[in-house]
Ligand binder design. Structure first.
Ligand SMILES: [Zn+2]
Length: 277
C-alpha cells in the first residue's frame, strides 16, 4: 500500500532507510526541522541546516522515487535562547519559497518555560504573516498533557490561526481528544520501544475514528523505526480493518492536510516494487 510518512528526520537516517521505505510503499515524506543532538550556537548553523533540508535531502529521497518536503523553525529545545531565536526567525523567510518547504515546524514546547512559549508565539506570528501551515511538536512523557494544553489554548485564543491548517503531533490517549476537539489535525507518532506503539495507535483510531488523524514514524537519532507506518498498516489488517479505511489514514489524510501548502504536489502512486510479476 502506498503511504506518506508525515514526520521523518531523514538527516539522521542512512540512504538504506530511504530504500527500505520506498520498497515498503512510501511515496512521500515530510521532515520537520529539529534538534541536532547539540545546541547550535549561531544562526549561520541553522542556515546551513535549512539549506541541507531543501537541497541534499530532497535529492537523496528522489533517488528512490520519494517526494521529500520540509518544515522550518528553531526547535522547542533551542527556543529557550531568545536572542538566537530572534536571529533564526529573521533568516527563515529567505527559505520559504524553496519548492519543498511546506511551512513552519516542528515548533512547540519542551519544558514549557516562559521563553519557550515566547519563541513559540514568534513562530506562529511568522507562519500567519507568511500564510504558512504549521507543524507542532508536543512534549514527551510527564510534560505532555501540560504542554499540549498550553499549545492548544494559545492557538485557540489566536483568531488569526485556522486550526485546520495546523498539525499537532505526538498525540497520545490523554491528549488526542483535546487536539481534535479544538479543530486541529493530529499525528500519532509510532515508536518501537517508548511512547506510542502501532497497537496503541490502532486503539486510538478505533476510539476516535479517522477524521483529521495521521500516523508517522518520527524516525530520528534515537530508537525509532523508519518502517513504523507499514507496521501500523499490518496491525490494522490483523484486526480486520478494511483497506479503504487504512488508506484514508496513511495516504488520503496526509494529502488532505498537506495540500493546504502551495508547494505540495499530488504524489505519483507506485505499485509495490517487491510484488511478484
Ligand atoms: Zn520530530
Amino acid at each position: 500500500m502506498n503511504y506518506i510518512d508525515l514526520h521523518a528526520h531523514m538527516i539522521s537516517r542512512t540512504t538504506d532507510d530511504y530504500e527500505k521505505m520506498a520498497l515498503s510503499g512510501c511515496v512521500a515524506l515530510t521532515e520537520p526541522a529539529f534538534w541536532a543532538g547539540y545546541d547550535r550556537r549561531s544562526a549561520d548553523v541553522f542556515a546551513d541546516y535549512f539549506n541541507h533540508l531543501t537541497t541534499f535531502e530532497p535529492a537523496r529521497a528522489a533517488q528512490y522515487g520519494i517526494d521529500h518536503y520540509t518544515w522550518l523553525c528553531l526547535n522547542p529545545k533551542e527556543g529557550e535562547d531568545r536572542e538566537l531565536a530572534r536571529q533564526v526567525l529573521e533568516i527563515i523567510p529567505e527559505f520559504l519559497d524553496r519548492p519543498n518547504v511546506l511551512g513552519i515546524g516542528e515548533i512547540g514546547l519542551n519544558r514549557v518555560t516562559r521563553n519557550e512559549l515566547a519563541t513559540f508565539k514568534d513562530h506562529v506570528d511568522l507562519a500567519v504573516n507568511h500564510d504558512q501551515t504549521i507543524h507542532i511538536h508536543t512534549p514527551h512523557l510527564e510534560d505532555k498533557y501540560k504542554g499540549t494544553k498550553v499549545i492548544v489554548e494559545t492557538l485557540a485564543a489566536d483568531s488569526r490561526v485556522d486550526p485546520s491548517r495546523v498539525m499537532v503531533d505526538h498525540a497520545e490517549e490523554h491528549t488526542v481528544g483535546m487536539i481534535l476537539g479544538n479543530g486541529f489535525w493530529t499525528g500519532l507518532t509510532l515508536y518501537p520501544v517508548t511512547k506510542t506503539s502501532p497497537g496503541r495507535a490502532v486503539d486510538m483510531i478505533e476510539r476516535y475514528g479517522t477524521e483529521r488523524i495521521c500516523v508517522a514514524s518520527a524516525c530520528d537519532w534515537g530508537p525509532s523505526d523508519p518502517l513504523a507506518v507499514p507496521r501500523f498498516i499490518m496491525e490494522m489488517r490483523r484486526r480486520g480493518h478494511d483497506e479503504a479505511l487504512i488508506r484514508t489514514i496513511v495516504y488520503e489524510n496526509p494529502i488532505a492536510f498537506l495540500s493546504q501548502s502551495a508547494h505540495f504536489r499530488q504524489p505519483r502512486e507506485q505499485p509495490a516494487v517487491a510484488a511478484a510479476s
